[in-house]
Write a protein that binds this ligand. Structure first.
Ligand SMILES: C[S@@+](CC[C@H](N)C(=O)[O-])C[C@H]1O[C@@H](n2cnc3c(N)ncnc32)[C@H](O)[C@@H]1O
Length: 210
């Protein structure tokens, strides 16, 4: 059994394999593919999660990152996914994860639909993106996040896995500051890395951002 399958089995989930969008959709929505477990291990060796954090996965796929974070840290985790078949698999994974972990209720929340329509909650603090969609959609989601941070000021982080240049350009125009890069040296493709951005309302002034 491959390492990825073993890690899935430990969480009682099934998250391997790719699923592509068809036709016009494929131009703006990216395929389902889970973040590698080894990558998640490395990210969370170098990035600290606090008990009051709440994690949101935009384009949650089959839920690997969501279940990993929930299992490791026990914090609130939300995910939004647009592909019907993928969302069905996510729901099955949630059912098996909860049943086998003996959890009758949980602080996991999954929504079927558009990431750009997800209503950012005032407690949400970590926003995760594994290259889910076109930059025009990312721009909209980032605007939603920034509006929420302005309405309910709080420290918040945004994490990109496999960051596209267009996403990095959008982040440069926000109030987030790039604070860390977590590389995966065993991967040949240099895009297989995490970039972490932080919004700190106490350290932000418009002058500094100029
Ligand atoms: C690369 S997968 C990420 C999987 C997951 N985040 C993980 O880390 O394992 C990207 C997912 O985003 C979904 N997606 C694409 N466009 C979307 C949109 N507008 N709203 C919500 N999900 C979307 C795709 O269907 C796909 O499952």
């Amino acid at each position: 059994m491959s390492d990825e399958l073993k890690r899935d089995a430990a969480l009682w989930i099934s998250t391997t394999g790719l699923r592509h969008w068809r036709g016009e959709d494929a131009k703006i929505y990216n395929r389902t593919e889970s973040t590698p477990y080894k990558g998640l291990d490395k990210l969370f060796e170098e990035y600290k999660v606090y008990e009051n954090d709440a994690f949101v996965d935009f384009g949650a796929g089959r839920g690997r990152t969501s279940f990993y974070v929930h299992d490791e840290f026990g914090i609130d985790v939300s995910g939004v996914e647009l592909h019907e078949l993928t969302f069905d698999e996510l729901m099955k994974n949630e059912e098996r994860y909860l049943r086998n972990k003996g959890l009758t209720s949980s602080n996991l929340y999954f929504e079927f639909g558009y990431a750009e329509n997800y209503k950012i909650q005032p407690q949400d603090t970590i926003f995760y993106f594994f290259n889910p969609f076109a930059s025009s959609i990312f721009q909209e989601v980032v605007e939603n996040i920034q509006n929420s941070l302005e309405k309910n000021p709080r420290m918040a982080d945004l994490i990109l896995y496999y960051p596209e240049n267009s996403f990095k350009r959008i982040m440069k125009k926000t109030k987030f500051k790039r604070i860390k890069t977590v590389r995966l040296p065993w991967k040949k493709d240099p895009k297989k890395k995490f970039i972490i951005y932080r919004y700190d309302p106490d350290n932000y002034s418009d002058e500094l951002a100029e």
